[in-house]
Write a protein of this length. Structure first.
Length: 440
């Protein structure tokens, strides 16, 4: 029997999608499922919802058991073939609030702050010590398991796991699957969706749609570039940053405009506040989402359960398809986050890159992409610099690497002096308390 352990099962909606998907797979519907979390209420909610899906969709064929707290973590992992990671260390309150409010005191504004920037650095630093514990347990009780990481900051966490532990790790994101579909729909080109052929490569949240052709082999980029420029010039919309990427850098990017607005020094500038309005950038967006989700959770839970009549249809999340491919040997193609090692020639070998990968019973095999257009590699490098230094800080526990990661972050460095960056980092490390005690 295949055992799938879900770490951070209190992420109920996501756990429902991934594990509900597994129950919709003939090869996985009889799996043993272990739910692990440190929050008893959210863990209980997930157990209720997943048991209902198991009854209603899967005829009760899966075996589901919940494990609460660090004292039960090793048992949750014992014998697992696959481990899905969706933890958020520190949660919205206090950690996310801290990551937004302290930088604001220094004049640094953010939108999402979970992947790069000072918020992404801090999130990575407080998460890696927890992942180290996972890795130690996995090396002991499920050494051959495949670790499927969904937690941000993807490049920092996945890169750390792949380079500094013995755990087989693949990093997964939602943005690759929907990239070209989103773009074509936004430009009114839905008739080009069926049979399209695409190539995407780069880094997580900054993967590049390198080519896109319709079913007859016609290059769609000339029309995309024309329509994107027209749309940005004529109306306010939610994807203006990425459309500006197309104009200035020639290519569309995998992750949303609110994310990419803070990955570079070009859009959020205290000296040019009109850019926020011009590009429709939602500052403090992630805290707003968190508040809304917290306030609406009980209502959402009841809607999901639907008086016990909950159903589920398989989603486009990669996890169940990867597990299925490994179990059955039937090949499946994904966009995955792996250590570069030459997949992209003009990015560092130890960078975590997002490239096409083939999955089968042998595991995950990354594909060689070659060279990115020089301007795209350059943009990726500004983010990779931060990721590599944050990983170095976590591996060595040396605070100077934290300062250097922040100093080389494109947005932070464009706004603050070096002295202010150091002061802000020290204040954040202190405010995060025990989560950051190893770095002080």
């Amino acid at each position: 029997m295949v055992k799938i352990t879900f770490m951070g099962a209190g992420s109920t909606v996501f756990a429902r999608n991934v594990l509900g998907d597994c129950m919709c797979s003939p090869a996985l519907c009889g799996s043993e499922i272990a739910l692990y979390d440190i929050d008893p209420k959210r863990l209980s909610d997930s157990e209720i919802i997943l048991n209902a899906i198991n009854r209603n969709v899967n005829e009760g064929r899966a075996s589901i058991k919940a494990y609460l707290g660090e004292e039960n973590r090793k048992e949750a992992l014992r014998g697992a073939s696959f481990v899905v990671n969706a933890i958020q260390v520190g949660g919205y309150d206090p950690c996310t609030i801290t990551d937004f409010e302290i930088p604001k005191k220094y004049g640094l504004r953010q939108t999402i702050a979970d992947s790069l920037g000072i918020g992404g650095i801090m999130r990575g630093l407080r998460t890696i010590p927890v992942l180290e514990g996972f890795a130690r347990d996995m090396e002991e009780v499920c050494p051959d398991a495949l670790f499927l990481n969904y937690t941000n900051p993807m490049g920092i966490l996945t890169g750390y796991m792949q380079r500094y532990t013995n755990v087989q790790t693949i990093g997964l994101c939602h943005s690759v699957q929907v990239c070209s579909k989103t773009l074509l729909e936004e430009l009114g080109m839905e008739d080009k969706l069926e049979g399209r052929v695409e190539t995407i490569a780069g880094i997580n949240h900054m993967g590049w749609l390198l080519s896109l052709h319709d079913k007859d082999g016609n290059d769609l980029y000339p029309e995309i570039r024309r329509k994107a420029a027209e749309k940005n010039a004529s109306e306010k919309h939610n994807d203006m940053v990425r459309f500006e990427y197309i104009k200035r850098f020639g290519y569309y990017c995998t992750e949303s405009s609110e994310h990419n607005a803070e990955y570079n020094p070009l859009f959020i500038k205290a000296k040019y506040p009109d850019l926020i309005e011009k590009y429709n950038i939602p500052l403090d967006e992630y805290p707003r989402r968190c508040i809304e989700q917290i306030e609406k959770w009980e209502e959402e839970k009841n809607n999901i359960l639907n008086d016990g009549k909950i159903t589920h249809e398989r989603s486009k999340e990669y996890a169940s398809y990867i597990i299925e491919a490994v179990v059955t040997g039937q090949p499946y193609k994904i966009g995955g986050n792996v250590v570069n090692k030459g997949c992209i020639e003009n990015l560092p070998a130890d960078a975590c890159v997002e490239v096409p990968c083939l999955v089968d019973s042998s595991g995950v095999a990354p594909c060689r992409v070659g060279r990115l257009p020089v301007q795209l590699a350059a943009m990726n490098m500004t983010n990779i610099n931060v990721q590599l230094l944050a990983i170095e800080a976590a591996a060595t526990r040396k605070k100077e690497y934290i300062y250097q990661a922040a100093m080389l972050d494109p947005h932070t460095a464009a706004e603050l002096s070096m002295d202010d960056i150091v002061g802000m980092c020290d204040e954040l490390l202190e405010a995060h308390g025990d989560y950051m005690k190893m770095y002080r």
